[in-house]
Design a protein around this ligand. Structure first.
Ligand SMILES: C[S@@+](CC[C@H](N)C(=O)[O-])C[C@H]1O[C@@H](n2cnc3c(N)ncnc32)[C@H](O)[C@@H]1O
Ligand code: SF4
Length: 458
């Protein structure tokens, strides 16, 4: 695949990200723990049958000033200990409502920096999950790790505990950029880390990069891409840095540095796409890449890709997501439910109620149909109207009415050869997948091109 900057320039308009449908901004505080328990019971007879677990560890030894995640600087070992005890209590409580015949196919640890807490805590939680649930033999057990706090001994421990996936947050390979964002360099050479993980049998190894950070230039970003190609991870994510100090006040201190302009960010993304495609990587969505032999690339070709808040996965391994820990978002067939973000309030809520739901959203039948459609378009770039209507127990006419789809909405994209629409289906072309958010918006009845509250793609 070879693309031009003009394509992105033309379609770089405000559209929802569609990390979920509806987006987290639609969650309501009227949704309570009682609703969540009711929905958890119902999830036992809904699809997918599999269980995905998300564990949020909101602690980091040092705060990177660019960070947009829910995290806090280590307060004390005692606080982390108390947090882990509440996590265990929350898991035990929710587990009693989940049918034990269902299999866990995914466990994802995110944060924050889960690899910076004691391995004994991680083992305690994993042992608890194993004692409460059955794990599929193909289960993906993954952790987002910061390389500043990871050594070979930790990799040994993670493998012993049963982890088989690791995502490494590199962000940038240049010390001056890392210094500017207040981030420590990797503890050991990244080459050695990746080679060791491969030797220990980890699969789907991922590296995160961010473009648009202070002091980055087009040249320095190209070096990042070259370096990552040499490292040959199975997967690469290149995230666009969003400077939103009104949401993340820690980002304000970065304003003393020079940032890449938006046309430079565009050149960085286009370079990443062209260079990675030319070097054996498949484009998965707009900013994720996977080697051709990775299961995400295979799933893309088989139209079996899926996505949730934890990232891309396959229809085989995905499950309904039960999230534990501060700010965790559960994604069941019938609802979204988010925990309290503050660590102290989370601990207090679990002490009192065993759970800590703050807000959520109950899906209507129409919402489910729209969610399914947007997911299919975003991941697999293909919709067969009759198939998706039948899966959602409605007629094609009802499908068109509920989603509000009309090919006029994407006439420009059709003219540009990015998508093909027939009487019965929509097929996004390979290049069209790079602006797939704009195509998905045509199936979102709540989206209006004149609303300006969404971010642009880059
Ligand atoms: C929970 S964070 C990182 C995990 C780990 N603590 C680390 O720093 O490597 C997951 C990823 O989100 C991305 N990220 C965090 N803040 C971001 C921001 N403001 N803009 C774009 N990407 C961001 C980074 O690429 C990061 O690796
Ligand atoms: S980028 Fe990672 S290590 Fe840095 S503050 Fe965010 S979660 Fe913590």
């Amino acid at each position: 695949m070879k693309i031009s900057e003009n394509l992105f320039q033309k379609y770089n308009v405000p559209v929802p990200r569609y990390t979920s449908y509806p987006p987290a901004t639609a969650f309501q505080t009227g949704f309570t723990g009682v609703d969540f328990i009711e929905q958890t019971k119902r999830s036992n007879s809904a699809t997918p049958e599999n269980i995905s677990i998300y564990i949020h560890i909101p602690f980091c030894p040092q705060r990177c000033h660019f960070c947009g995640c829910n995290t806090a600087i280590y307060q004390s070992e005692e606080k982390i200990y108390r947090y882990i005890q509440r996590l265990k209590k929350e898991i035990e409580y929710i587990a009693q409502f989940i049918d034990k015949k269902r299999l866990i196919t995914q466990i994802s640890w995110g944060g924050g920096t889960p690899n910076s807490i004691k391995m004994s805590y991680i083992k305690e939680i994993m042992d608890l999950l194993r004692s409460l649930f059955l794990l599929a033999d193909f289960a993906e057990i993954a952790m987002e790790c910061s390389p500043a706090y990871l050594d070979l001994k930790d990799i040994d421990s993670l493998a012993e505990i049963g982890f088989n996936r690791i995502s490494l947050g590199i962000q940038d390979f240049h010390t001056e950029v890392l210094d500017a964002i207040n981030r420590k360099s990797p503890r050991i050479d990244v080459n050695e880390t990746l080679a060791y993980m491969k030797k220990k049998g980890f699969r789907g190894l991922n590296i995160d990069l961010v473009y648009g950070l202070p002091l980055q230039t087009i040249e320095s970003f190209k070096e990042n891409i070259q370096r990552v190609i040499e490292l040959q991870p199975d997967r690469i994510a290149t995230f666009s840095y969003a400077h939103v100090p009104w949401v993340n006040p820690a980002q304000k201190v970065l304003e003393k540095y020079a940032f890449p302009e938006s046309d430079e960010k565009l050149s960085m993304l286009v370079y990443a796409i062209n260079q990675l495609s030319a070097n054996g990587y498949e484009v998965i969505g707009m900013d994720h890449f996977a080697r051709k032999d990775d299961e995400l690339s295979i799933a893309k070709y088989d139209k079996n890709l899926h996505r949730n808040f934890q990232g891309y996965n396959t229809k085989k391994t995905t499950g309904q997501v039960y999230a534990f820990g501060a700010s965790g978002i559960s994604q069941l067939n019938g609802c979204y439910a988010q925990n309290i973000k503050s660590i102290d309030k989370y601990i207090e809520a679990v002490d009192t109620n065993s759970i800590a739901i703050e807000r959520g959203y109950i899906m209507s039948k129409n919402d489910m149909l729209i969610r399914d459609t947007i997911n299919e378009i975003m991941c697999n770039g293909y919709i067969d109207f009759a198939e998706i209507a039948s899966k959602n127990s409605c007629s094609v006419q009802q499908f068109l009415e509920i989603t509000g789809f009309n090919s006029f909405k994407i006439a420009e994209l059709i003219n540009d050869g990015l998508v093909e629409v027939s009487e019965t289906s929509v097929q996004v072309k390979e290049t069209g997948m790079l602006v797939v958010r704009n195509i998905a918006a045509a199936f979102d009845p709540k989206y209006s091109p004149t609303q300006n509250k969404f971010s642009t793609t880059i």
